[in-house]
Every structure is written in C-alpha cells, then in structure tokens.
Design a protein around this ligand. Structure first.
Ligand SMILES: *Cc1c(COP(=O)(O)O)cnc(C)c1O
Length: 408
C-alpha cells in the first residue's frame, strides 16, 4: 500500500539494494528508535473530524483502522517492494491469502486463469476448486513446456500464474517467455517467488506484473510467523488489491509484519549461505551410490540449469530433492522413511525457509492426497526426499543424511 522510498529525507537517492534491505521503511517516530518500531494498535486517533473525513475518502494520507493499514505493516511492504524492484506492495496474513486477494481483485465469473500444474498444492485447490464455485475457469499446464501454455490460452484468459522453482522437484519456468505470452493475450503474469526470493530472482525484471510471496518462508527465514504479500504496480495495488483488503480483511498482523521486516535485513546473506550449502549437498548426494537422482537447479544435470542460472543470479536456491535407489515403489517408500527416521539433527518437517534444515517425504505429506497416477504425473515418487537446507555445518547435514543412506 506504500511506495518504496529512501529511508530518510536526506538519504542519497542511489543507495544499493543491500543497504535498502536494512534501511527502507517508514520514517522513525519522534523517539528516534534505531530498530523499526512495532505499532500494536487496532485503531488510530484522528487529528480532526475534517481530517478523518478526508482520510476515509482517500484524499489524505493517514492511518484510520488496523484492517486498512499500520505503520509497521507499511514498513514491511515498502522494504519488500524495494527489494523486488516493484512500485508498490500490499501484505496479507499468509501466502495463500495473498493469492486469494490477487484472484478476488483481478477475476470475475467467466474469466480464465492459466497455471502450471506443478504449483503449490493449496494454490491448485484454491484456483481449480474453490474459485470454480464462483465461475472462474482454470487450466493447469506443464511447468516447462511453453507450447503447452500457449495452446491453453483462451480469449477470456486474464491471468497466468507460475511458481519457479517449484516444490519439490525445483522445475524452472521461463519468466520472460511467459510474460510475453501473457501480454500478447491481454493477460497479466503473476509469479510465486517464494523459493528464490528477491535475493536470487526478481520476476519484474523479466516482465512479470505481480510477484506473490509467502513471507512465512524465507522472508521471515526462521520459521516464526505467517505472512504473505503481492508486489505490483501502484495502480494494481490501489485499484485492485486495496479494496479486497478493506472488505476481505486478510490483513497482516503488525507483530508478524515486524518479524518479517527484520527478516528482510538478513535475507540476502541467508539465501547466499543456505544456497551454497544446498549446492554442495546436491553435488555430494549426486555422487552417493544409494541416490538415484538429485533435483537441484544448480546442478548441470538439471533440465533447466542454464535458464535457472540466468534467472536466479547464478544460484540454485536452498531447496533440493533426491530419490533413493530402489527396485519398486514399496521399497522406495520404506527406504525414504528409513533415511528420514534415521535423522538425529535435521528436522522432519514439511515447512521450508528456515535456518534449520527441514526434510520431508512429499509423496506421503504435501502430495499425499493425490492418486498414485497424479503423483506419477507430477514426478513425485515414493523414494523422493525434499531437503530445505538451513544454516547448520555442511558436515553435520551430510552426516545426518548418511546415517540412513549407509544403512539401507
Ligand atoms: C508455503 C507456500 C505458499 C503458501 O504460503 P502460506 O504462507 O503457507 O499461506 C505458497 N506458495 C509456495 C511456493 C509455498 O511454499
């Protein structure tokens, strides 16, 4: 809801992004606090009845009610917009409510949304099932085959929505090509930038119109709070999304905003450090005799390696997945469970975006509701283990995985 601006009135206009990651926010309060203030308030006292009237009419800047805005929340929005290189940002209570806000703001009955079929499971459910009840049409196509996307565009297509890299196979799509396809069809392109974060990938640089975030993941980065956001043009934010926030109330809580705001200060160094560990772990796993395959965009064996390196500033990110060797799906599941149950340091958890390394078995958790055929189409095998690499020492991460891999 706020434009990115320099941290202070007298700050130079050409500050670098890493400076802005720790500085971009609303001005300090009269008390001169160095760390950004946490404003826990649901309402605001108005200076006069006339001023209140102007603020409610939108003719004057000023906070009126907690559902509509809060200074700590605005500071988070400003900082995230700055990092994404976006003109504006609006935050929400979770990543899913950001997607709900986007759909409610942009779509009406009879409109069509085109998504990758490798998207986050709840996204597919929200768009494919819940919105279908209100007459919104949708199709789900290959993450990586542009011809598939092109063939699925309809005259009523309003939105293309992609996630890159995806969970858990880290498939990468070409943001620039999808933006061109969307714009030629008179539609918008939204990108879920949860895995790469603006530290590694800024979809707007490649023509995306909307960048969606689950702040729950790397923006917080330490597994503490839920948050979400949409970065977009001022016009989209003010005309399409703010009205949904006001009536829909998917408002980000000030405390959670404060946590993710502070999280953005270390986002870049966390992503660099966690990605470096993920790269080393991917190479090590690829060479292990009990591992059939490793999925990681930083590996030359990844099908979209070159595209990922160009789009993600030479980094594969912090998430990888690998398949244990097995003769059949039953044995693969038993073996994957053995590796996970042998862990003594890393966390068995389906979350991601934490400084603690999190390991999960997608086929029985995040993708557990799919039929065996759907899972096979999605490439999620019973032997697949996903690792969201944290900040532990690489040797300890390897040793913990080796415990199970060595005793298969
Ligand atoms: C977690 C996640 C979401 C949903 O975010 P929540 O904050 O859990 O609502 C959306 N997309 C991706 C890629 C995610 O990993």
């Amino acid at each position: 809801m706020t434009e990115p601006q320099q941290p202070d009135r007298d700050a130079p206009p050409d500050l670098h992004r890493d400076t802005l990651a720790v500085r971009a926010a609303l001005p300090r309060s009269p008390y001169g606090e160095n760390s950004e203030a946490l404003y826990l308030t649901s309402g605001y006292v108005q200076p006069s009845a006339e001023a209140a009237a102007r603020r409610f009419a939108g003719d004057e800047e000023g906070f009126t009610y907690g559902r509509y805005g809060n200074p700590t929340v605005a500071s988070f929005e400003q900082r995230l917009a700055t990092l994404e290189g976006a003109p504006a940002c609006i935050s929400t209570a979770s990543g899913m409510s950001a997607i709900l806000m986007m759909c409610l703001g942009l779509l009406k009955a009879g409109d069509h949304v085109l998504c990758s079929r490798s998207m986050f499971g709840s996204t597919i459910k929200l768009i494919g099932t819940d919105l279908a009840k209100f007459g919104v049409e949708s199709s789900f196509v290959s993450q990586t085959d542009l011809a598939d996307w092109r063939a699925a565009v309809r005259p009523n297509t309003r939105l293309l929505f992609a996630e890159t890299p995806t969970n858990p196979l880290t498939e990468v799509c070409d943001i620039r090509a999808l933006a061109e396809l969307a714009h030629n069809a008179g539609a918008l392109l939204a990108v879920d930038n949860c895995f790469a974060t603006p530290a590694l990938q800024r979809p707007m640089d490649f023509g995306a119109d909307i960048v969606m975030h689950s702040g729950t993941k790397y923006l917080d980065g330490q597994g503490r709070v839920m948050a979400g956001a949409l970065c977009a043009s001022e016009e989209l934010v003010e005309k399409s999304f703010v009205p949904v926030l006001k009536s829909g109330g998917m408002t980000l809580a000030p405390f959670n905003a404060w946590v993710v705001l502070k999280g953005l200060e270390t986002l870049d160094i966390r992503m660099q450090a966690q990605s470096a560990r993920a790269m080393a772990l991917a190479r090590w796993l690829e060479a292990h005799p009990s591992v059939a395959r490793v999925h990681y965009p930083g590996l030359p064996s990844h099908p979209q390696h070159a595209l990922a390196m160009a789009q993600q500033q030479g980094s594969g990110g912090a998430v990888l997945s690998f398949e244990v060797k097995a003769t059949d799906p039953g044995q693969a599941r038993t073996r994957a469970f053995h590796v996970l149950d042998s862990l003594r340091v890393l966390s068995l958890s389906t979350n991601l975006g934490d400084t603690k390394t999190l390991c999960a078995h997608p086929a029985s958790t995040s993708h557990g509701r799919l039929t065996e055929a759907q899972r096979a189409a999605a490439g999620v095998s019973q032997g697949l283990i996903r690792v969201a690499v944290g900040l532990e020492h690489l040797g300890d991460i390897q040793a913990d995985l080796l415990r199970g891999l060595e005793s298969l």
